[in-house]
Design a protein around this ligand. Structure first.
Ligand code: H79
Length: 478
């Protein structure tokens, strides 16, 4: 469309006729887009077109275009979620009472009046924030992307915004834009940066409120909020942090409809290639399924997916939540998710000084130590080819032009030194421990039950050891 218009526009003659011609071109192009004839002309496989998704810049995308757009995300497998906002100031406690539930919900759960909640921003001065340190920690953990809350349901913008003065630059003594600093650090360290944006709920700027509003100051029409706050802020997020955001992570589609969601999804054309999730609402499916706090029993058919999860029991910092998952649990979750073809978006909740709590950082470093040895069995892999879950662990696979590799993730190391891979019919080219830099071959024998691999008496890694199996020919599993 741009090219066509550019050809018409510069001609110096008959400006009125040209303007009319441009108009006709515009409307006929628009019409063909709406009718979906563009897809027919292109002759390619596209997503289905309905009235409600005509605003979706990806409505006409071909499978090949989609695969190219999702490539980095599918390869990444592991990302860092960051929930950070003024809720880290109360940190789970209001008027001396511990408010139950997730920390970033404290305003809603405690029914804190708007004016009172706004006071927290004046105490939010995270002078220990160091974007580089956060990004280096993510990188050290083996994470390939970061998604940070640019605005959560409480409505506080963690970035410089003209659409709401209740933002970190104007309303806090900190006065810096942490997203700017993170964008620079991510760019420097080769990590992708995405923004979480609560598009529907906004308890300060008149957006929706789960359970109903509790303060007159929240009264505002939803459409006014969408037009004056959500749309301009998403524009800011899409244009001020180049080359990011790589991801837009919507949340809780409460009170969204096709019209409101359509105004937001249409903005994504400002950032070609951006990936967004399935939580926008209004009937838009987005790019990714987003199971929250759980790992599905199996992956999704024909859908990219990402489990997001907390390390303890809260997203936003709570001073007294010490229920941290073990490194073993977190690593096995990552492996389990990869074995089902998904990504793991693991959350940290920095405190009000700008520091990622040490128990969280420690677990990430420990995950990173495992990734140093085993990341080849995670990155750029696809789901296990085995229908049944393996009795001793999980499997991921990698298919290249050279052939198929199976990565066996052994949680429970065999006491008798025999690792049985049930149902694997293929003859193997080679088998070794990923932890062995010399790739010394392990014995492997095929019989009616499958493949039996002879492994050393002790596991190379107490949490999960990887056995690499290069197989001959196309996979044959019974
Ligand atoms: O940002 C994190 C959560 O705050 C957000 N999604 C993740 C990534 C989220 N918003 N809503 N929900 C998740 C659904 C859960 C709602 C609950 Fe509640 C919040 C359950 C308990 C606290 C609302 C308030 C429903 C019951 C009480």
């Amino acid at each position: 469309m741009k090219i066509l218009l550019a050809r018409l526009n510069p001609a110096p003659y008959f400006p009125e006729r040209i303007a009319r011609a441009t108009q006709i071109m515009k409307s006929s192009l628009l019409l063909s887009l709406v009718l979906g004839t563009y897809a027919t002309i292109a002759g390619a496989q596209t997503n289905s077109v309905t009235a409600s998704n005509s605003a979706d810049p990806y409505a006409h995308e071909t499978t090949a275009q989609r695969d190219a757009r999702m490539k980095w995300w599918r390869e990444a497998r592991f990302g860092m979620f960051i929930h950070w906002g003024v809720y880290s100031v109360p940190a789970g406690t209001y008027h001396g009472t511990n408010i139950p539930g997730i920390g970033e919900w404290i305003m809603n759960k405690g029914k804190i009046p708007v004016a009172e909640y706004r006071e927290y921003a004046k105490q939010f001065n995270p002078t220990n924030f160091n974007a580089d340190a956060w990004v280096r920690l993510a990188k050290q953990a083996g994470m390939k992307y970061i998604v940070i809350t640019s605005k959560h349901h409480d409505g506080f913008a963690m970035f410089d915004s003209r659409a709401s003065d209740w933002n970190i630059v104007q309303a806090s003594p900190f006065g810096r834009d942490p997203l700017k600093e993170l964008a620079a650090a991510c760019k420097k360290n080769g990590i992708k940066l995405g923004f979480y944006y609560s598009q529907a709920q906004d308890w300060n700027n008149g957006g929706a409120a789960s359970g109903g509003k509790w303060d007159k100051a929240q009264e505002r029409s939803m459409d006014d909020y969408i037009d004056k706050v959500a749309v301009p802020q998403v524009k800011e997020l899409l244009s001020h942090y180049r080359p990011f955001p790589a991801v837009l992570w919507w949340d809780t589609p409460r009170d969204m409809n096709p019209e409101r969601a359509g105004k937001l999804i249409a903005l994504l054309k400002m950032k070609p290639g951006i990936i967004h999730n399935n939580r926008l609402g209004g009937g838009f499916k987005g790019d990714t399924e987003t199971p929250e706090q759980h790992i599905p029993a199996t992956g999704y058919t024909n859908r990219d997916w990402e489990t997001c999860m907390t390390i303890n029991d809260t997203w936003g910092y709570k001073s007294y939540d010490t229920n941290f998952k073990s490194t073993e649990k977190l690593l096995r979750n990552l492996i389990d998710i990869a074995s089902k073809g998904g990504n793991y978006l693991l959350n940290v909740g920095p405190d009000a000084t700008g520091v990622i709590p040490e128990p969280e950082a420690q677990r990430l470093r420990e995950m990173g130590a495992w990734m140093q040895v085993n990341s080849e069995a995670i990155y750029d892999t696809t789901a296990s080819p085995f229908k049944q879950q393996l009795p001793w662990g999980r499997c991921t696979r990698k298919v290249t032009w050279r052939g198929t590799t199976l990565y066996l993730h052994v949680f429970d190391w065999p006491k008798d030194g025999k690792l049985v891979v049930p149902g694997l019919k293929n003859r193997v080219k080679s088998v070794w421990l990923l932890a062995d830099p010399h790739h010394r071959p392990l014995g492997a024998e095929s019989n009616a039950d499958g493949l039996t691999i002879t492994v050393p008496a002790t596991a190379p890694d107490a949490i999960s050891s990887t056995v690499v199996v290069k197989i001959k020919g196309a996979l044959e599993i019974q």
